[in-house]
Design a protein around this ligand. Structure first.
Ligand code: BGC
Length: 777
């Protein structure tokens, strides 16, 4: 861990050029707009260590699977988010010497990610190998208002000379994925065309035939006036651009504006791509950089109006929470139900950019509370659309019926290929069912169930029905050979969480079915016919619910993570020599599997999801037993612990866990930020504040708050959208104030007491009025 970023409430700031940190900064300073994203690579040439990364949402490559020992049921490919055409590039030469910071003496360097406005800027003074000194000020963004557009302003000032600048703005499709399984390049050229107005490049993927067309134009200004240029037009293999020479005077700025439109065959027919790209580009270039910038500021202001969290009295915490919110809003905007949230978003290649259970288990609550309900609904629709593939996946693994959603996917097909995860980490199916409940409970949108939700629930329940194992001698059902959320245990029997979420799914499905039968019998009959749902099936689910086996330790009063867990050496993590940590970098896999150490919340994940079914004493006993054995080596771990610790009144623990999740990437806690930022765990950070310190829960259509101030902050406030109302909750040292910022009235409960909050209304409650159910001991 190296803290090298300057603290600031709205900006991420790097004040020094450090090639060792470059790839980490490329991740941290990434920009995105839900449609495309870009790592913080330099515009000009750079020969130092760097991971070039320009990504187009939903454009992926099925890279042939690579495994040591093939197992039946493995997928043929791993879907990779594709590094696509580098559109930011602007080559700069000074009197024939190329600008490359790795070859320069860099005197001053400052990189700023302005989270309020959604822009990345960089300024530096560099001395080239021949002694010429220049100043560069660059700023760029991908437009939130016009999602296909990226814009760059790049200004060069000679400091100790006047001379010739050679400027080469270009599009380069000859790019590679670092994580390519067979070192293959995935793109081939389709078309390029450079005219006096614009340069265009269309490339297509070798498989699946995704086409991406990038069209660029540029201008150069000196003394506030646009220069009339006659640039050389360059066309090379998978490359299109311009080269032009301009005379630059000492101390005078030469400003290059580069506008780019990136369009893909996901949205246009192949034949339309060039025209679509050109027309989006023309409109953007005609609007001009200043106008596009202003649009960007406005669009981000609207995002912040709905999702900002303010922390007073702790700038490190303030910066961190905004960084998390910013990255989430950059990754997914919810306008396109074919898209989802990859664990690294647009900030790196690791994890293939695909969809994991992270979306349902961790990300959904953020979008539920900070955006229109339609956005969260689109996340559910995404899985509904993959139902057929999930059925196929279950068949492929030998199940006669039901659906098993994949652990990792791009288009609904499984692409993960480690047997202990692909075949055994089946609890993911439960998270997909739980997300449906979560959405309906939060929004009150029952119509989702009848229209889409029931089908998914029935198919998941059918999977569980077939996956459980009836043991006649015990007259009980069990689930054998699984991996729970704690991936540091594989092939275990009766993982409590898996058994629990499986039963919960069947129970919820039965409840939803009988609700539908009562409210809309005709539609219910239609669904029963469509799904060929037999009465024996629902009866069987009821039987499984009644006779499921759950491992417990009666003496300690805890649920057991799995059968036999207590046979392990239970030495707590704090008694391990710190040189052992992180275990995944220091221990053999065999040693990890035999140990009691837990990667991430497992039993506690169940107590978090089904929190209203367990009393505080039960949560306390389980937390006290499992947390000391947990190494939190998944970024998804600390947030769940922080939230439960809040409920239990373990304030210091809650704060410690919160710190660990919130600055994970800014301080590179896990030593892996160069691979990309941990986007899905950022939603967990948000939950730690809103569900943890804010104590937000929704019960029976009412928003409940149980806030406390973690004590390190003078105040904090957050926004939540709830059933048409937008509430601002401010937790100070003395009071909690809830303000309705909209005209829509709503009912809320604060510390267990109900309030009607009219349009624009406000309630203020003294802090510390924690209801007896809110704290333990
Ligand atoms: C975690 C999984 C998670 C995946 C992607 C793994 O380290 O154990 O729960 O789905 O990362 O974030």
């Amino acid at each position: 861990m190296k803290q090298y970023l300057t603290l600031d409430p709205w900006n991420i700031i790097e004040e020094q050029y450090d090639p060792q940190q470059q790839e980490i900064s490329e991740s941290v300073f990434s920009i995105g707009n839900g449609y495309m994203g870009q790592r913080a690579n330099f515009e000009e040439a750079y020969s130092g260590p760097s991971l070039q990364g320009s990504y187009m949402a939903g454009v992926y490559y099925p890279d042939k699977t690579r495994v040591g020992w093939w197992k039946n049921g493995y997928p043929e490919y791993f879907a990779k988010v594709l590094n696509s055409t580098n559109w930011i590039g602007i080559g700069i030469s000074v009197n024939g010497t190329e600008l490359d910071l790795a070859a320069c003496q860099v005197k001053s360097f400052r990189r700023v990610l302005n989270m309020k406005e959604g822009t990345l800027s960089r300024s530096f003074t560099a001395t080239l190998p021949d002694g010429k000194e220049i100043r560069v000020e660059a700023v760029r963004f991908v437009s939130l208002a016009r999602h296909e557009i990226g814009a760059v302003r790049y200004a060069v000032t000679p400091l100790n000379f006047s001379g010739t600048l050679t400027v080469t703005p270009y599009l380069d499709g000859d790019v590679q994925n670092k994580d390519s399984n067979y070192d293959e390049k995935f793109w081939v050229e389709v078309h390029k065309e450079v005219t006096a107005d614009n340069a265009a490049l269309t490339v297509r993927t070798k498989k699946l035939d995704f086409h991406v067309t990038s069209v660029m134009t540029f201008e150069i200004h000196q003394n506030g006036a646009k220069l009339a240029l006659e640039p050389e037009q360059i066309e090379q293999e998978k490359y299109a651009g311009y080269r032009v020479q301009v005379e630059a005077k000492q101390h005078e700025e030469t400003v290059i504006y580069k506008y780019v439109a990136n369009v893909t065959s996901r949205d246009y027919g192949y034949a339309q791509l060039l025209d679509a790209g050109r027309s989006a580009l023309q409109e953007a270039a005609a609007a001009g950089f200043g106008h596009l910038y202003e649009e960007q500021v406005q669009a981000w202001a609207a995002k912040w109006r709905e999702s900002d969290i303010v922390i007073e009295g702790d700038v490190a915490a303030q910066q961190a929470i905004r960084f998390n919110i910013f990255q989430l809003n950059q990754t997914y905007t919810g306008e396109d139900d074919r898209l989802n949230i990859g664990p690294k978003g647009f900030t790196g290649e690791k994890y293939g950019g695909s969809t994991y259970w992270d979306t349902e288990a961790y990300c959904l609550p953020f979008y539920l509370s900070t955006a229109d309900a339609a956005i969260a609904r689109n996340l559910l629709i995404y899985r509904y659309k993959h139902l057929e593939k999930a059925r196929e996946n279950a068949r492929k693994l030998g199940f006669a019926k039901g659906a098993l959603y994949p652990m990792v996917t791009m288009n609904g097909e499984e692409c993960h290929n480690e047997w202990e995860i692909t075949f055994e980490e089946i609890h993911r199916n439960g998270a997909i069912a739980y997300a449906i409940y979560n959405y309906v409970n939060y929004t009150g949108d029952d119509s989702y169930l009848a229209q889409y939700g029931v089908e998914v629930l029935v198919e998941i329940s059918r999977f569980w029905e077939e996956r459980v194992n009836y043991v006649p001698a015990k007259d009980q059902y069990m689930i054998l050979g699984v991996t729970g959320p704690n991936e540091y245990e594989n092939n275990v029997n009766n993982n409590w969480y898996t058994n629990r979420i499986a039963c919960w799914t069947m129970e919820y499905t039965l409840q939803v079915l009988s609700g539908l039968q009562a409210s809309d019998p005709a539609h219910y009959e239609e669904l029963v016919a469509k799904l060929a749902l037999a009465p024996e099936e629902t009866a069987k689910w009821g039987d499984i619910l009644a006779k499921m086996y759950y491992p417990v330790d009666a003496e300690r009063g805890i649920f057991l993570q799995q059968d036999g867990f207590l046979d392990k050496d239970l030495t707590p993590v704090k008694d391990l020599d710190p040189s052992n940590l992180p275990l995944n970098q220091n221990w053999s896999w065999d040693r990890i599997l035999r140990s009691a150490y837990i990667k991430q919340a497992d039993v506690l994940q169940g107590l978090f999801f089904l929190g209203d079914r367990y009393d505080l004493d039960t949560k306390k006993r389980n937390f006290d037993f499992y947390e000391p054995l947990t190494v939190h080596e998944s970024s998804l771990s600390p947030c769940v612990h922080s939230i439960i610790a809040c409920e239990l009144g373990y304030r210091e623990k809650a704060y410690e866990m919160y710190l660990r999740t919130s600055r994970l990437d800014l301080d590179n806690y896990n030593n892996d930020t160069e691979d990309g930022c941990h986007i899905t765990s950022m939603a967990g950070t948000w939950m730690s504040v809103v569900h943890g310190f804010g104590g937000l829960r929704v019960k029976d259509g009412v928003l409940h708050l149980n806030p406390f101030n973690p004590g390190h902050w003078s105040a904090f406030s957050f926004k939540v959208m709830f059933r048409g109302a937008r509430l601002q909750v401010t937790v100070g040292e003395q009071d909690v104030t809830v303000t309705n910022e909209t005209e829509t009235p709503t009912s809320i409960s604060v510390y267990g007491r109900g309030y009607q909050l009219g349009g624009l209304g406000q309630v203020q409650v003294g802090i510390g009025n924690l209801s007896s159910s809110a704290i333990v001991g």
